[in-house]
Design a protein around this ligand. Structure first.
Ligand SMILES: [Zn+2]
Length: 218
């Protein structure tokens, strides 16, 4: 999404493993076949978790099997279930493993992800990544817009992999993401509202409903 969090996750992974520390890189969503990659062309193999995985049990067993883990680095942390974030906290408190979690604050709907919310509640340190992502207007980009076939949407599934390609009519719609400033993230909402208001007058019947109100039906 160009927000720079995968790059940061990979940077930390690189720095720690370079110092000889045992690290585990985990991510959510099978978008890259078990690889965390950044737009800068860096990538590393990662373990993919889904919402059913007990992260504590998984890491605990690996921790005790091998020579021990020093750190777990999580990408796409916004998609973790809140109880999985609690499991990450247990890794820190009970196994003395450092956890670095990278994720987005808010969804394309402009609301805190549930995983992120739990992270904010539990994390020892919270740090906003300053990648200086910019909206097309030049303002700092603070919001993620989801575009379906180029048009911004505010409703839909929370988890959709971006940058899917489309071909013919039978292909699924093309979903992409765009970083925007708040003004232009909200501007898309206004555009969508205007579109929905623009209907052919011939299509509208106004019928009385109750005594004092009118229902507009199409
Ligand atoms: Zn803007």
């Amino acid at each position: 999404m160009g927000s720079g969090k995968s790059t940061q996750a990979l940077q930390i992974h690189h720095n720690l493993t370079g110092r000889g520390l045992a690290c585990m890189l985990v991510t959510q969503l099978d978008r890259q076949d078990g690889v965390v990659s950044s737009r800068l062309g860096v990538s590393a193999e990662a373990l993919i978790l889904d919402e059913t995985v007990d992260v504590f049990r998984l890491v605990n067993s690996r921790h005790h099997q091998g020579e021990g883990l020093n750190a777990v680095i999580c990408d796409e942390a916004q998609f973790y279930e809140p109880h999985q974030i609690d499991q990450l906290a247990r890794l820190v408190d009970e196994l003395d493993i450092d956890v670095y979690a990278f994720g987005l604050l808010t969804s394309f709907q402009g609301l805190l992800f549930q995983g992120t919310k739990r992270l904010l509640e539990l994390a020892d340190v919270r740090q906003e990544i300053q990648v200086e992502a910019r909206c097309w207007c030049g303002e700092r980009a603070t919001h993620n817009a989801r575009l379906v076939n180029g048009r911004q949407v505010y409703d839909g599934e929370l988890k959709i992999v971006g940058d899917t390609t489309s071909g013919g009519d039978d292909e699924p719609p093309r979903v992409t993401y765009d970083l925007r400033c708040r003004l232009h993230w909200l501007a898309g909402k206004e555009d969508a509202r205007q579109d929905s208001l623009f209907v052919d007058q011939d299509d509208i019947d106004i019928v009385p409903s109750g005594q004092n109100d009118l229902t507009v039906s199409r």
